[in-house]
Unconditional design. Structure first.
Length: 320
């Protein structure tokens, strides 16, 4: 007989999920009390939170529980590093039906733990609740280690725009899965489990990045956040964008435009930042420039090859 969350019980599941969680040096009190206690060495803490909802952000027939766990952790850890911070810990809220196999929920926890382990991040607590569908909420915490945060509002005319990480892979994977296929496997895996360039957040901060953002909703959409916050015009050079062969193959098979995957696809959790030209790290790729807005293209605008982009620029919740 399959053990379910209903038969395991809330406290049995919590005990099974937390009994072997490693705790980093920033954690003073881990799971087991009413709340965790985490050290904040320089007096500031970077905090972010995200939700994954079954049917909206993942499907059990597309992704394993382990994949969902990796993805849930990755999208939050990417937000922390996009501030130029070092992730330290997360707390997890989990909702699921009583008849959900306990093994599925524990596999989810394993995915969360393995993604966190890449950065020495501790899972320090959370909550569980019965719900009609699976919901995973992760709140992540990070330390600036004495540095200033890299905000969206710091881009300056004359800066160069650069990216680190993959663009368009997760969107290509979604296009494949949505057609009922499972290949190319590389893009399907990218949709199931993102691979943010974690080390590049702190590297960009140390190099003097003037602004930075995690690419979760699409390159153009997230650059628009920077353009609006910084009150600048940003222009992207399409010739500077790499379109890997798997994206070209998916575009050819589905009748899509591979460049659209790169410009508007989200959930790869690449990083995009602006730098003075001499400061761009050699691990980043320059793809555009920051300028002063004008009458034709005002501040807060992102253009591609000097022209407005036709069509949606990325994902927006609640858009009809």
């Amino acid at each position: 007989m399959t053990e379910t969350l209903g038969s395991t019980g809330e406290f049995g599941f919590i005990e099974a999920a937390t009994k072997s969680l490693p705790q980093g040096e920033d954690v003073l009190v881990g799971p087991g009390d009413d709340a965790a206690v985490v050290a904040v060495p320089d007096g500031r803490m970077v905090i972010t939170t995200d939700l994954l909802v079954e049917g909206r952000h993942f499907r059990q027939d597309w992704s394993s529980a382990y994949d969902v766990g990796r993805k849930a952790a990755a999208q939050n850890l990417a937000d922390i590093v996009a501030m130029g911070a070092r992730p330290t810990s997360i707390v997890v809220g989990f909702g699921g039906p009583a008849d959900l196999p306990t093994a599925w929920a524990l596999e989810l926890q394993q995915g969360l733990g393995d993604e966190c382990e890449l950065l020495g991040v501790s899972i320090v607590g959370g909550d569980t609740v019965q719900s009609d569908k699976i919901i995973v909420s992760v709140t992540a915490f990070g330390s600036l280690d004495g540095r200033s945060p890299v905000l969206r509002s710091g881009a300056r005319p004359g800066d160069e725009v650069a990216v680190a990480g993959r663009l368009g892979w997760a969107e290509a994977g979604f296009a494949v899965l949505n057609r009922g296929f499972r290949s190319p496997r590389t893009v399907v895996e990218a949709h199931r489990r993102p691979a943010p360039p974690y080390a590049e957040g702190v590297r960009a901060a140390l190099a003097g990045a003037s602004s930075m953002c995690d690419v979760s909703d699409g390159l153009l959409a997230d650059l628009t956040h920077i353009a609006v916050a910084s009150e600048v015009l940003i222009d992207i050079r399409s010739a500077a964008l790499t379109i890997p062969e798997p994206l070209q193959a998916v575009a050819s098979a589905t009748g899509a435009d591979a460049l659209t995957f790169v410009l508007t696809g989200g959930e790869d959790h690449a990083l995009v930042a602006t730098f003075e030209p001499a400061d761009v790290p050699d691990t980043w790729t320059v793809i555009g420039a920051v300028a002063v807005g004008n009458q034709t293209h005002p501040s807060g605008t992102v253009t591609v090859d000097g022209q407005p982009y036709a069509g949606p620029t990325g994902h927006t919740h609640f858009r009809s």
